[in-house]
Design a protein around this ligand. Structure first.
Ligand code: NDP
Length: 307
């Protein structure tokens, strides 16, 4: 069985570093502040926003959640973003996605002041990342890089395959790996013979949104497998197949009605890989730690303090 990469432990170390930096800033009279905008009732988004608010509190970052009804108009949302942009006491603005229809997330992300864009999704920051001089690295791929580095994974010259080409995970992930001199292939729904492409990977990153898509036959022996996917699975038969003889999973399914499964079949892939991340406890905690880091960095940069 592969070595299990403990994202939660690496995230805890990162959060501790951020907390120290936040305290140093407070001692200089700067109290980092994040504003989170949540529109509508999406249950997963509510859980993520709650976790982000708690994490801010733990490291000494002030945070406010603006919970707006699903009926919020585009003009109202734009006005809130403009007010937060104009408020010099605000360091970071996070717009939780997805937005309820008909609001178009892209349009509103574009309105966020790039100096407060702690998710790194504004085109200005996307451009800087592509040029290899990132201001704000998107939190999930940034978290993956933290984990790879903390785990001593050599990237220069390695074959890296990223499955998924979203703006928030796949594309920035590919850019970050490329800047670290990996040879990067990006796969998507039109990729031919995905298992064969994935088997080339020394480092395989799955960000697809399809539970357990990546099986053992996708894995090069000894590869490092990073599972970004977070999927709610309610099917007892699938859970029994993916986690045979795991009473904790069965109990979770019975209690909550679902269990969280990654894009990788953990048991099958783990039998071939050299190292693998679990779900949960892999990349999720690092994403939140990355947000805290970006918020503290925003507070520094906006005042020309060293980050
Ligand atoms: P998107 O839906 O935006 O993108 C999914 C990508 O996967 C697309 O590029 C799509 O291709 C590709 N894809 C879909 N089906 C296949 C397939 N059968 N074979 C190959 N490629 C396929 O998802 P996100 O990037 O937003 O998220 C991906 C996963 O990561 C989700 O499970 C999400 O919940 C999770 N996530 C986890 C985070 C964390 O903190 N751990 C943070 C963010 C996301 P195409 O472009 O052709 O449609």
């Amino acid at each position: 069985m592969a070595r299990v990469l403990d994202g939660a432990a690496v995230a805890a170390e990162l959060r501790a570093r951020v907390a120290v930096r936040a305290q140093e800033l407070v001692a200089k009279g700067v109290s980092p502040r994040l504003e989170v905008i949540l529109v509508g009732e999406d249950p997963a988004s509510r859980v993520y926003v709650g976790a982000k608010a708690r994490a801010c509190q733990e490291v000494g970052v002030r945070s406010t959640t603006h919970a707006l009804p699903a009926t919020t108009s585009g003009d109202e949302l734009a006005a809130l973003i403009a007010a937060l942009n104009a408020d010099s006491d605000v360091d970071g603005i996070l717009l939780q996605l997805p937005l309820p229809a008909p609001l178009d997330g892209r349009r509103f992300l574009d309105l966020i002041d790039p100096s407060k864009d702690v998710d790194g999704f504004h085109p200005f920051n996307v451009g800087l990342l592509q040029q290899g001089r990132p201001a704000f690295v998107p939190c999930t791929p940034g978290g993956v890089m933290e984990l790879l580095d903390a785990s001593g994974v050599a990237l220069a010259g390695a074959q890296a395959v990223v499955v998924g080409r979203s703006e928030i995970v796949g594309k920035p992930m590919a850019a970050l790996l490329l800047h670290r001199h990996a040879t990067v292939t990006v796969c998507h729904s039109r990729t031919r013979d995905l298992p064969a492409v994935c088997r080339q990977a020394d480092v395989l990153v799955a960000a697809v949104g399809k539970p357990a898509l990546i099986g053992g036959d996708y894995i090069k022996p000894g590869a490092v497998v990073i599972d970004v996917g977070v999927n709610r699975v309610e099917d007892p038969q699938l859970v029994a197949r993916l986690f045979p003889g795991d009473p904790a999973r069965a109990a979770q399914l019975a209690k909550r009605g679902y269990t969280l499964v990654g894009d990788v079949d953990f048991a099958a892939a783990g039998a071939v890989a050299g190292a693998i991340t679990p779900v949960p406890g892999g990349i999720g905690p690092l994403t939140i730690a990355g947000l805290l880091l970006n918020t503290v960095r925003a507070a520094c940069r906006r005042r020309d303090l060293p980050c």
